[in-house]
Design a binder for this molecule. Structure first.
Ligand SMILES: [Zn+2]
Length: 310
């Protein structure tokens, strides 16, 4: 009995200590960015950077990217580098990044299966596995019927749906960043890189405050970003900012141990919103919080201008 009490007290102390430690895991979608690798001389600067940072990370593959240029053999070698990296955890992001709500069930599950033909066999070869799936655009279907249908399919397959709690539209920052680099405006590109880090931290602050208000403690966050130039060049700045703010970078599996991820998904629309919103019971509650989310007007305007001029 005494031992049981001691163990219980010890357990509570551990939870208390863990509750104070802010944690986040890094997940990267749309890997492998083979066009960029080719431009950079068939290497992934992003992976090299992650390697030097020595942080755990999870990658979600779109295998169609392997076949996007003529250098298939080299692309497969680069895909294999992500798979074999000691700090990598692997997931499927479908073959060709289709929108489930648009293409429907049959075509979408075909794309899921096709999406891990290469990566799954390479993973097995290197004693790893692919058992999580992240939806392209985080589009889980246009209505509850589509949601239920695909969730049952993935569950039968033994695949978990990969959630995220924070993303910061890194793809918009990336587009503007690359444009400035292309036209030789390096100072402007640098400003966009810095803005990306600042805004990501601002958004994380918002989602953390929201979590503390709802759950009474910080939660283990899952950050969603992409295999692109801005992350290749700024991930180390982002990791530094996270550490300065008291975050420990943990593995995706460790984040998933947080009890928040055991909650029901109550969101049945097609939009790619954070799981913090999906767990909310009502749309009113979602709207209440969404209205307070830091705005991305500055980068949105630059991105829109870029689209109009092209
Ligand atoms: Zn994607």
């Amino acid at each position: 009995m005494y031992r049981l009490v001691l163990l219980t007290v010890f357990g509570l102390l551990c939870i208390g200590a863990k509750g104070q430690q802010k944690t986040i895991s890094i997940t990267i979608d749309d890997v492998p960015n083979t066009q960029k690798y080719r431009d950079d001389g068939f290497r992934s600067i992003f992976l090299d950077r992650l390697d030097s940072l020595d942080v755990p990370f999870t990658v979600f593959f779109n295998e169609s990217k392997v076949f996007q240029n003529e250098s298939i053999k080299k692309n497969i070698e680069l895909l294999e580098r992500w798979i074999t990296h000691q700090n990598s955890n692997l997931g499927n992001h479908s073959f060709s990044h289709l929108r489930y709500s648009e293409v429907g069930y049959a075509r979408f599950i075909d794309d899921i299966q096709k999406g891990e033909k290469l990566s799954d066999s390479l993973a097995i070869l290197h004693k790893k596995s692919i058992d999580s799936f992240r939806f392209p655009f985080n589009d889980l279907g246009k209505d509850s019927l589509q949601h239920v249908h695909i969730k049952a399919y993935l569950s039968d397959r033994g695949d978990e749906i990969a959630p995220f709690t924070i993303e910061s539209s890194d793809w918009m920052y990336d587009a503007v960043y690359r444009y400035y680099l292309e036209i030789g405006e390096h100072d402007k590109a640098k400003k966009i890189g810095q803005l990306y880090v600042i805004k990501t931290m601002e958004l994380l602050g918002f989602f953390e405050r929201m979590a503390v208000e709802i759950y009474g403690r910080p939660i283990s966050h899952i950050y969603l970003c992409h295999d692109n130039s801005i992350n290749a060049d700024y991930i180390h700045h982002l990791v530094s900012a996270l550490r300065i703010d008291g975050y420990q970078i943990v593995s995706y599996d460790e984040s998933l141990l947080d009890q928040v991820y055991r909650q029901e998904d109550n969101y049945f629309q097609k939009w790619g919103v954070s799981w913090l919103f999906r767990w909310m019971a009502t749309q009113n509650e979602r709207v209440h919080w969404m209205k307070q989310e830091p705005d991305l007007t500055e980068i949105q305007q630059l991105f829109d201008q870029l689209q109009q001029n092209r």
